[in-house]
Design a protein. Sequence first.
Length: 487
Amino acid sequence: MQIDSSFTFVLFGGTGDLSMRKILPALFEAHRAGGMLADSGKIVAVARHASDRADYIRWVNEHVKSHVSKNGVDETAWASFLARIEFINIDLSKAEDFVQLREVIEGLPGIRVFYLATGPSLFVPICRALASVGLNENARIVLEKPLGYDLKSSNAINDAVGEIFTEEQIYRIDHYLGKEPVQNLLALRFGNALFEPLWRREWVESIQITIAEELGVEARGDFYDNTGALRDMVQNHLLQLLSIVAMEPPHSMDSDSVRDEKLRVLRALKPIDPRDIGKVAVRGQYHSGVIRGNAVPAYATEPGVKPDSSTETFVALKVEIENWRWAGVPFFLRTGKRLADRVAEIVVNFRAVPHSALGASALRAGANRLVIRLQPNETIRLYCLAKQPGEGMNLASVHLDLAFDQFFREGQMEAYQRLLLDVINGRLALFVRRDEQEAAWRWVEPILNEWKASIKPPKPYASGTWGPAASSAMLAQHGTCWLEEEN
Ligand code: BG6
């Protein structure tokens, strides 16, 4: 990818966790690869925890380098990357400090990108301060999640930011949209004629989408305890994946064609009747347990978490889409922390043959299934039935595999790298539009409200398992089970 656009990339929250783990490493990778970032492009870090540029560079050397490359850092590339970095220490709550920022970036070239890797409470003050010194012109603004806490607070942020920047200037990040395998899902669906005729209610019995993590809340107890899995993972990542799985073929890959189709799915989600929440939604919270041989503590004892917390660390949902393609097909979504494995995958269960001329074994479960593994080890696996060798007609489940790392040994790109390059180059397709975000909040809101009002705590589950038993029971009611329960 040869890129000519010059840029000034202003990173608010320059010493934060996200800058350290994701943003600066992604910018470095793009720099190291060569040809992706214009040579004249600059990074201006804004932070209060460093006194001057030398101090900031010391911090970057100490904290960012270890997140950069698994195979060691190319020192020449690292040195030239550091040369791109400028630094400014300003107080984000003081609008007058932004005059200094303007002075620093006034002489720098290209499009201005303001990346807000800060808490959401600073989004509006920063945007207003930028506008007060005229820095909202010829600029793009990147907002990290969480963008709000519910529909009302997200609307308040979007309204205020929308008074300063147009929708075309606003890049709302959902890093799942930048993942290579998620891009591949689009390629699989819309680059092959094979799947399209089958991708509908007549042939699909149910779909599962899982994002499971082994990690707990780590050092983010404070944040997470006020957030929970529904806001942290479902409202954004899982609903975005769902909309890509279920959307109609877009007219083209331009930003609005793709986002219009995703929006149609989000608007067609069957609204949840609060009286049905017990049947279609399960929430859980991890207790202590063992993961890969290591004992891990209960959520309620994690630093920053209230001991009597009723925040959910696990969610399983049954979702329906009210349109001709999907009416009546259950989509089961699930996410959780401290589960048995780290895996993100989509399972499309096709219907069994309508009549089995080959005997009962042709109706067995485990065939007629497409499993799209997003991480780790990106694979697409198609399960079919084949005859077992030998006498008689006994069928067994076999699979056809596509392992991406065997086909494409190079060129994989981390989600943040792709997304940052898209911002610099003005490509909006992989960013969430305001109407999509609103539709997603609107849909989750009855569940949020019901859980908030409920006196029943989340269901406990031992760390290292697949969540509360109620999650499996929900699928059993539909005559199915989660993929891992089949074996
Ligand atoms: C983030 C959530 O958006 O996604 C985290 O805030 C979660 O809680 C993370 O751990 C998962 O992302 P990934 O890319 O590691 O699957």
